[in-house]
Design a protein around this ligand. Structure first.
Ligand code: PGD
Length: 842
């Protein structure tokens, strides 16, 4: 599939650079790290590297994180406060920017390399059932490196590279140097291969489906830009998105333009229609004005609602036949389905209303409003994190095709307005390089080739661990699960982000070795065998672009303070492991982090020159400690997605087999799946409020949290602002609460056949009746019976595939019960160090 110049792949840094020729560290550059191992030993070449170039004792330092370009104030070598750089009164505040110090000095920091007691005793008979319960033993860094090196070597030799899972999915930290997932995969691919992953948890269904429909991933593409929307759109439909929350972060470093856009949108006179079962922060923010409408369908039924709207359009003749004829294929087949010719069910508003719970008049009105006005449909990704998640975005493209405004200024659809400032115009930028997975060393080359073919869909990790050798359908092909015996995780909190945790923990006992690096004692580190303490991004130098789509700035990410405790950079750990494996030189290319950073910067400098982009040399940039901001060309301020295609659908055809928007896909139809047809359609989810014999009473939605990034920042003072009775808040409708005898602030038990959690009740009108909202990312904190004291939503969610096509994850398809908790309330203690630790120091 072709990916346009403006498209962004999260993994792009992986392929950003071809490794340069090895450059050796000169003797005087390789000074001893002031943070070298506390045990007073020189462990290896890597610990001889100079890791942080200079630190400010008193003053302000600019750095970056997912939550923006930051300015931190340092006093006597300690961080005392942080904020966004250039935060002004007029700007929308981003509270995530204020807790840098809380992270660095968190009680939950991992201070030393730690090994599970039974594993240390005998890695071959380590009682994996004790993961999460066993005692922890502090070991020296040297011992930990030895244990990891042995486990990796032995697994690869005895069981083959595919037995090593290093897919290691997660949001890690920003920074092109200390990209820990790439650093792990660089170590693993140079060493001889590993099992990886395909897709991600964010857009697992849509990113696999949409290439069949529009020829690109679409979810990670530059959108029709904000200024064009502001000038031309009359109606904005925000469908299942919460941009006022999700735009607080970006995969690189957010540049903040998205929050400003929605703030300006609020001040405009445009009609804003918000469709969401939850009265999210965005709904609350935008309902506080004239001309806004909130519609709350039953969860997982948006596709039925779209069909009701489209049926109205068709029967009233208010749709663009010309657009369908010229730019799409297969509307006739879809029409047969919509009109009930294929299954005898007419998908009119009456039918739709009985499923989605939205009244017929509202749908009819929506059909008219959308067709008669320049309408931009901005959809989020939550509704595709549900069973049959392939359907909503396909159906939305079909709806937008009927409206016929795709490719017109301010019309059509956009699937990334809520993410990483997807509507900010692209700057004329010089783009920095990034760490890459490198080249395999001799002996590894063949396996590197092979490694890339051993990939499992990211959300199938538990299924894969449980069923080695099983063959599953995947997007028209087959995937055979490898037999995983070693898991290596960095930059993710998998015991928390994956669905149905209780099931996951059972299969998590299968591998012989589990190694996790993190700065904090998350549930994932607590369920490992070997834990390596890493630096936070505030304790190391790095560099990043800011603006995943706009490339607006290059941000110096300077270390704010020295490394805490025995924390090391992932780079150092993998360099030492590479040394043990005999490819230190290839892994490091002889470079310190600072030298890599300079190289990444120089890539931009070099590529910028012929384009007339002037940039200072690296030293000037680094010493100045301010971002470089690029100019945005006038033409980019008028960018309209799909305008080229609209102008000339033959010359600028899409990357689909027909070159057009595929409302019917022959390719998908030929897959012959029972859970995904050749055209978008409604499927009843396995758990939803409209089903007969419901296994539980309420629909649980677990959207992204307001004051965290997934599980990151849960261990900061931001938690004091949202925790209710020291638990994750759960939103419940006041009538439901009354019926259950639940009051605001009560501790409630939320449960189903998969598990149980405690949460703190927030009673009000912020959810549709019958719906509960418990944000994902609360740290999993089980009591002795497995009940999560802290309210981790994934104890309750369903671990099934969206369909055979995408195999996406489905956390938003889950029914649960809720009751006031009457049992003994135990303290949440996940934000402290584990109690069962011993200082052994081998
Ligand atoms: P994070 O909390 O960002 O969550 O899952 P993900 O695992 O990405 O975890 C990142 C971890 O990396 C943190 O523990 C952090 O401390 C660590 N880390 C940060 N920097 C570094 C570093 O430099 N080195 C090392 N070694 N570690 C580092 C998120 C995932 O959750 C995603 S992306 C989505 S979209 C899914 N969403 C949902 C959902 O909507 N609903 C539910 N129920 N579940 C979900 N799960 C998924």
């Amino acid at each position: 599939m072709s990916i346009s110049r403006r498209s962004v792949l999260k993994a792009s840094a992986l392929f950003a650079l071809v490794p340069l020729a090895p450059k050796l560290l000169s003797a005087n550059e390789a000074s001893m790290s002031e943070h070298a191992d506390k045990m007073g030993k020189v462990m290896s070449k890597a610990s001889e590297m100079k890791y942080v170039t200079s630190l400010v004792e008193n003053g302000e330092v600019v750095t970056g994180a997912h939550w923006g370009i930051l300015k931190a104030t340092i006093k006597h070598g300690k961080i005392v406060s942080s904020n966004g750089l250039n935060t002004s009164k007029e700007k929308i505040k981003n509270p995530l920017q204020t807790v840098v110090a809380d992270q660095v000095y968190a009680k939950s920091r991992i201070k030393h390399p730690m090994v599970r007691k039974s594993y240390l005793k005998d890695p071959h008979n380590s009682k994996p059932e004790l993961r999460g319960k066993d005692e922890w033993v502090r070991v020296s860094y040297k011992k930990a490196i030895e244990l990891i090196a042995n486990a990796v070597k032995e697994t690869r030799e005895k069981k083959g590279p595919q037995a090593i899972f290093a897919g290691s999915y997660g949001w890690k930290s920003s920074g092109n140097m200390h990209n820990c997932v790439v650093l792990l995969q660089r170590y693993m691919s140079m060493g001889g291969g590993f099992t990886g992953i395909t897709a991600d948890y964010s857009t697992g269904a849509a990113q696999v489906m949409l290439p069949h429909v529009v020829g690109t991933l679409e979810v990670y593409n530059q959108q029709t830009v904000f200024p064009v929307v502001m000038e031309n759109s009359k109606v904005i439909v925000i469908w299942g998105a919460n941009p006022m929350v999700t735009l607080r972060i970006a995969y690189s470093v957010t540049e903040g333009s998205g929050l400003e856009f929605f703030n300006n949108l609020k001040k405009s006179d445009k009609k804003i229609i918000l469709i969401d079962p939850i009265k999210s922060d965005t709904v609350q923010f935008l309902m506080d004005r004239k001309n806004s409408q909130w519609i709350a369908p039953i969860p997982n039924t948006d596709v039925a609602m779209m069909l009701g709207i489209m049926h109205t359009m068709y029967t009233t003749g208010k749709y663009d036949k010309k657009f369908l004829d010229n730019y799409t294929t297969g509307f006739d087949k879809f029409l047969d389905y919509m009109l009930g010719k294929t299954d005898g069910v007419v998908k009119d508003t009456k039918w739709a209303s009985s499923i989605c719970g939205v009244d017929e008049a509202t749908m009819k009105d929506l059909a008219k409003t959308m067709f008669e006005n320049r309408t931009m449909i901005m959809a989020g990704w939550g509704m595709q994190r549900a069973q049959h998640g392939e359907q909503p975005h396909w159906m939305l493209v079909t709806l937008a095709s009927m409206i016929g405004q795709i490719g017109l200024p301010g019309g059509g659809f956009g699937f990334s307005y809520h993410y990483a400032n997807g509507g900010n115009p692209t700057a004329k930028a010089a783009v920095i390089g990034g760490m890459n997975v490198g080249k395999a060393t001799s002996g590894g080359a063949a396996w590197l080739q092979k490694a890339s073919s051993v990939n499992i869909p990211v959300s199938k990790i538990a299924d894969c661990l449980a069923n080695p050798g099983k063959v599953i359908d995947a997007n028209g092909g087959k995937v055979k699960y490898p037999d995983i015996d070693l898991i290596y995780w960095v930059g993710g909190n998998t015991i928390g982000h994956h669905q149905n945790i209780n099931n996951y923990l059972k299969v998590w006992q299968k591998p012989s070795h589990i190694i996790v690096h993190d700065a904090f004692w998350t549930a994932s580190t607590r369920h490992a065998d070997i834990v390596m303490p890493t630096t936070t991004s505030y304790e190391r130098d790095d560099i990043s672009m800011s603006g995943d789509y706009s490339n607006l700035n290059i941000v110096p990410m300077k270390a704010l303070v020295k490394r805490q405790y025995e924390a090391k950079d992932d780079y150092e750990i993998f360099s030492d492991l590479a040394e043990k494996a005999g490819f230190y030189k290839e892994y490091t290319e002889g470079k310190t982090p600072r030298e890599w950073i300079e190289q990444f910067y120089n890539t931009a400098l070099k590529s910028g020159k012929p384009q007339g982009i002037s940039m200072p040399d690296f030293k000037t940039f680094w010493d100045k400690n301010m971002p470089i901001t690029f100019e945005v060309p006038e033409e980019d301020k008028t960018y309209v997605r799909y305008s080229d295609f609209r102008d000339d659908p033959i010359l600028n055809s899409l990357g689909t087999p027909s070159g057009k928007i595929e409302i019917y896909s022959e390719v998908v139809a030929k897959m012959n799946y029972d859970d995904c047809r050749g055209y978008p359609s409604w499927f009843e989810p396995v758990e939803w409020l409209g089903m007969k014999n419901k296994p539980a009473e309420f629909h649980l939605l677990s959207p992204h949290p307001e004051l965290r990034l997934h599980s990151q920042l849960a261990n900061t003072s931001l938690r004091d602002k949202y925790a209710v009775s020291d638990r994750e808040p759960i939103w419940i409708h006041e009538e439901d609460a009354k019926a259950k005898g639940i009051k605001n602030g009560d501790i409630v038990r939320v449960f189903n056949a998969r598990g149980e959690v405690l949460a703190g009740a927030v009673v009000g009108k912020h959810v549709r009746k019958g719906v509960l909202k418990l944000s994902e990312g609360a740290w999993y904190n089980p009591d002795s019976k497995g009940l999560c004291k802290n309210g981790c939503a994934n104890v309750l969610t369903l671990d099934i595939s969206t369909s055979k096509l995408a195999n996406g994850n489905c956390p938003n398809t889950a029914l649960v019960n809720i009751e006031k908790y009457k049992g003994k309330v135990e303290k949440v203690d996940i934000f402290e160090e584990p109690k069962n630790m011993r200082d052994f120091r081998i």
